[in-house]
Every structure is written in C-alpha cells, then in structure tokens.
Write a protein that binds this ligand. Structure first.
Ligand SMILES: [Fe+2]
Ligand SMILES: [Fe+2]
Length: 280
C-alpha cells in the first residue's frame, strides 16, 4: 500500500519547459501547492505563462489564494492574469513588495519591480494581507517573513537597487524576500522564490521559525546564477549538513550552478521545470 503524499507541488512557471506538450517557459517562477487540504499559488511568473500552463497541466486555479516571495517582476508580473482565474482571493506578501526597484547592470537602470499599482490589483480582487513577520498561513504552512541574514557569503547583490523614500537610489536589501515552509511529518519542505536573502539563510530561518530541524526538501529559485562562482562552493558545503532528500532548484539558479548541484547531489537532485510535480 502506498501512502498518500502530504504535499503536492506543481511548477507552473520556470525558465525551462519540461517534457510536456504545449507548456511555455519564461524567466520567472510560479508554483501551485496542495497541502493539508488547502491550496496555494506561490508567485505569479512574469507574464501569462502560469495561467496558460495551469490549463495545460489541468490545475484549477479558481479560488486559490496567492503568496508572493518578493516584488520582482518575474514573480509578480503574472498577477493580473492569475487574478482573472482565481477571482477575489487573499494575497500574502511583505509591505515592501510594491517598492520601486531597478537593476543597474552595465550602468543602465532597468525597472524590475512589480509592474502594477496596488489599487489596480485590488480592483481585480486581490485582498492584500501584508506582514514583515513569519506567519502560519494555514496549519503547518508558513510564510517566512523577513529572513535573518547570517551567512557571511550570502550578502546582498550590488546590481539590485531601490528608490528610497528620500528619492535616492540605494542598494536594495530586498527585505520582502521570503519563502514558503511546509511542516511535514518527517521534516520541512522549503519553497524558495529567488532566495535573495540566501538559500542557506532561508533554510536556517525555516528551522528557527518552525522549531523543526530536519529539512526534507528544497525547491525553487536559489539566486546562485548571480555571483554564484563565489557563493556556490560555500553553499554546497553548507547543504551537505542538511541531509536533504530532494533538491529541486530552478529559475535564477542558472545552468552552471544547477549542473554543479546535480553532480554534488545526484540522488537528491530534481530538474525543476514547468510541469515538474513534487510529492512528499
Ligand atoms: Fe528576484
Ligand atoms: Fe527571480
């Protein structure tokens, strides 16, 4: 007899398309979760791919609440199209999710914040529930709140900036960066958005807010594709201490870091693309 899985995750938006007909990929991330009889959408992707792929993959989005990992366009740009499918739902996020953000690679400022005004999303049914703190959205399902940044190798990126209230362009601490944490019988499953606070910091934070030491699985964006040459070996070293069963990085992990993780953790590694399903 096989036990019914406690959780099910379906990747709706990711930078690569898995072996599924008619799904679409884009730079971004979105996942659909079922856990404890509840459903949740985590991030929206950049455009309409989450909605398109949900249809192709047979995922019904009606009435499903949404949680946002942070305000970058590749995690929030699909919100309007998602809201058309979900109808009026709660949207859980951090208050900085609306910050006016930019990337300044090659000295050019490019807007990378949430591409909607709060009012416009509210008109389409978004009921924003904003908090800086860790909170249990449903029994056993946590949104981490601000992640404490303790690992010295996981500092903020120099390329990401924000317009301050005084009108200055300053380094963006991306305080809104947060992850989802599911408390399963055998340990935690952590779903990352972009992990701007650092993957290892996020895993430690997940332990501290839930009081559960074992981490069974990690999926989602690790941001190791940016500044990864420096962070990657230290991240791998730290990951060895976690004894994971599943390591399913995606999105901003990038090809080089994903390949390195695959060769370091061949048993645990799952290529997490559009259409990937993880059950635990
Ligand atoms: Fe991001
Ligand atoms: Fe991202």
């Amino acid at each position: 007899m096989t036990l019914k899985p406690e959780m099910r995750m379906v990747t709706l938006t990711e930078n690569s398309a898995g072996l599924r007909r008619e799904v679409l990929a884009e730079h971004g991330f979105s996942a659909y979760l079922e856990f404890g009889g509840r459903r949740l959408i985590f991030d929206s992707g950049q455009t309409t791919t989450a909605v398109h792929n949900a249809r192709v993959l047979g995922v019904d989005l009606e009435g499903v609440p949404i949680a946002l990992s942070h305000g970058h366009y590749d995690h929030t740009g699909g919100l309007l199209s998602l809201l058309k499918e979900t109808g009026g739902v709660d949207v859980y996020a951090h208050p900085d999710v609306f910050a006016p953000r930019y990337s300044r690679r090659e000295a050019v400022l490019r807007q990378i914040g949430i591409p909607f005004r709060r009012e416009d999303l509210e008109k389409r049914g978004a009921r924003f529930d904003l908090s800086r703190r860790a909170r249990e959205l449903f029994p056993g399902l946590w949104l981490t709140g601000e992640v404490h940044r303790l690992a010295e190798f996981e500092e903020a990126s120099e390329d990401l900036v924000v317009l301050s209230e005084e009108g200055d362009i300053i380094l963006d601490p991306i305080l809104d960066d947060q992850a989802l944490v599911l408390v399963l019988k055998g340990g935690l499953f952590v779903l990352l958005g972009c992990a701007h606070s650092g993957m290892i910091n996020t895993l430690e934070h997940a332990r501290s807010i839930t009081g559960e030491e074992t981490i069974l699985g990690v999926a989602g964006g690790t941001h190791l594709g940016f500044g990864g040459e420096y962070k990657l070996p230290k991240t791998i070293e730290a990951l060895r201490g976690f004894d994971l069963e599943i390591l399913a990085p995606s999105h901003c992990t990038g090809f080089a870091a994903a390949s390195a993780l695959r060769s370091e953790f061949p048993e645990q590694f799952v290529k997490n693309s559009v259409g990937t399903v993880i059950e635990l």
